[in-house]
Design a protein around this ligand. Structure first.
Ligand code: SF4
Ligand code: SF4
Length: 180
């Protein structure tokens, strides 16, 4: 359900998880960066499936999803948090003060059975999405930095292996099918 331009991971159908990530997202909450809701509305996207739980979550918004058709988000907007799943950014300050750049680290939801190193393309896709956002939007970067550790996933495992595999084999693209 969640890498292509919509964040779909072709490996998902092979994990036997029953596509539970929307359940995780619906049970917990979804983080939206400052201005994300307004941008989605300006694009004419429906937000009817998203209930605002906290309208000032460190400057962003925390929502809960009530979509009945999770495959399509009820035809509405799919937050960047959802497109990033099972990852979420953890921007680190660069020593030289550079905004984002190579320092968009990722955390991963341990409830998702996929190992991070199995989906290097999705890692790259998610890093690129957030890096581009942080480079053009300082408020989004400040928001991501402000999210407290207790609200974050865990640092991705096998970081060294992941970074090595992200540069060469592409197992998440090698398996056909789509979980969307
Ligand atoms: S992202 Fe994880 S939880 Fe969601 S469908 Fe894929 S394997 Fe399952
Ligand atoms: S917004 Fe869409 S991707 Fe996110 S939890 Fe709801 S149905 Fe799933």
């Amino acid at each position: 359900m969640k890498t292509n331009s919509k964040g779909t991971i072709p490996l998902c159908p092979h994990k036997g998880c029953g596509f539970k990530c929307c359940d995780f997202q619906q049970t917990n909450s979804i983080f939206m960066y400052p201005g994300e809701i307004e941008q989605a509305r300006a694009q004419g996207k429906s937000m009817a499936h998203l209930q605002v739980l906290d309208s000032d979550y460190h400057g962003g918004v925390r929502v809960r999803c009530w979509a009945k058709d999770t495959g399509t988000c009820d035809g509405g907007y799919k937050p960047l948090d959802c497109a990033s799943y099972p990852f979420f950014p953890a921007p680190a300050r660069a020593a030289n003060g550079h905004n984002g750049g190579d320092l968009v680290m990722l955390t991963k939801d341990p409830e998702c059975p996929i190992r991070s190193f199995e989906i290097p393309l999705h890692q790259r896709f998610v890093r690129d999405l957030w890096q581009r956002l942080f480079e053009r939007d300082a408020s989004a970067l400040a928001w991501a930095r402000a999210i407290p550790p207790e609200d974050r996933y865990e640092p991705i495992e096998d970081a060294v292996r992941e970074s090595a595999e992200a540069r060469s084999p592409q197992p998440d693209a090698a398996i056909g099918g789509s979980a969307d």
